[in-house]
Design a protein around this ligand. Sequence first.
Ligand SMILES: NC(=O)c1ccc[n+]([C@@H]2O[C@H](COP(=O)([O-])OP(=O)(O)OC[C@H]3O[C@@H](n4cnc5c(N)ncnc54)[C@H](OP(=O)(O)O)[C@@H]3O)[C@@H](O)[C@H]2O)c1
Length: 356
Amino acid sequence: MTHHAAQISAIVLGGTGYVAGELLRLIAGHPRLQLAAILSDSQSGSLVSDAFPHLFSVYPTLQFASLEAVESVLRAQAACAIFSAAPHGVSASRVDHLLNIAEQSNIRAHCVDISADFRYRSTAAYEAVYHHPHAAPGRIASFTCALPEHLPLSPTPHIAHPGCFATAILLASVPLLALKLTDARFFISGITGSTGSGRKPTDSTHHPLRHSDLYSYNVLTHRHVPEIIACAKAATGTDAEFNFAPHSGPFSRGIHVTVMATLKNAMSSADVQRAFNNYYRECFFVKVGGAAPRIKDVVSSNFAHLSATTDKNSIAVTAVIDNLTKGAAGGAVQWMNRLFDLPEHSGLTATAPGWT
Ligand SMILES: NC(=O)c1ccc[n+]([C@@H]2O[C@H](COP(=O)([O-])OP(=O)(O)OC[C@H]3O[C@@H](n4cnc5c(N)ncnc54)[C@H](OP(=O)(O)O)[C@@H]3O)[C@@H](O)[C@H]2O)c1
C-alpha cells in the first residue's frame, strides 16, 4: 500500500488577479498543497475557470468564495497555508482577520503576503510610501521580508514577499554587498512585462501602447526602492544606494534587470562568476553564468538566471526572472514550503517552456 503524506490546505486571497491565478496554477501541480478556497471580492460564486480559462482542466467546477465562506473553510482546517495576492492596502486587514481566526481555533497557519503591506518594519515607514494608515500594525512583527536565497530560516511564522523587481535586483546586488566586492552604490536598469501591473488596464499598460514599444517610468522615484534598500540592509548589514530606472517592456511575462557598480578591486568576469556561484551554491533556483541571460529561459518557471561581467573596476550583473512566478507566486510557494518544512523546491521544479 502506498502511504501519501498529508495534504496541507491552501487559501488564496486576491481572487481574479494575475498573481492569484499563478498561485492556483502552482498549487494545482504541488505534491503537498491542496487548494481549499480562493477569495474573490468581485466574483464570488462564479467559476474560477471563467476568470482563468487556462486552469479549466485542474479546476473545472471550482467557484470563487466570499470572505464568509473562506472563514468557515479555514475553521475546518488543522493546518493552512494562506497566500495573499490582494492589493496593498487591502491585504493587511484580510490577512490579520484570517490569522486571528487561525489563532483562536488553534490552526497551524503560515502566511506569505505578496503585497507590500508587511514589507516594512514600522507603520511610519509604510505610510511614508503608501500614504494611508497601515491596517494591521500589530501583525508587522510576525512578518519578515526577505528572499529565501538570502535568509536560511525565517525568524517569524509569516513572510512578506519582497516583490518582483526587488527579487531580480536583490539577487543581483546582495552578493556584491555580502562579499564586499563593490561600493554600496548601484545603478540599475530594469524592464518588466505587462502582467507586472495587474489585470486592470491603464493607459500605460494597454496592449496597443505597450506592444512594439519600450519606455521608462518613475525613474529614480520608484516606490519599491525603499523596500529594496531595507531587504539589502537586512541581508548584508549595509546601507546601499539603488539608483533605479524601471521600464515597461513589450512582453507579458518576465523581468530583466542590469545592476552596475564599481568594484573595490579589479576582478575578472570569471572570478566574479565563481564568487556568485559559490554564494548561491545551495540555491536550487539560481543559475549564474557568463552568457547574457534571456527572459525566455526562465519565463513560467521559478528559476533566476544571472550573468556577471567586469571591465577593470566596473561590473554589470544581469538577472532575469518571471515576475509572476519567482517574482510573486513561485517565490511565495518557495517560502511556504520552508515554513511547512517541505523540500524548498516542492511543486516548483518545472522548467521554462523555452519558446513562448
Ligand atoms: N503582477 C506582478 O507581477 C506582481 C509581482 C509581485 C507582487 N505583486 C503584488 O501582488 C498583488 C497582486 O498583484 P496582481 O498583479 O495579481 O494584481 P491584479 O491583477 O490587479 O489583482 C488584484 C486582485 O485583488 C482583488 N481585490 C480585492 N480587493 C480589491 C480592491 N479593493 N481593489 C482592487 N482589487 C481588489 C481583485 O480580485 P477579486 O475582485 O476577484 O477579489 C483583483 O483582481 C499586489 O499586491 C501586487 O503589488 C504583483
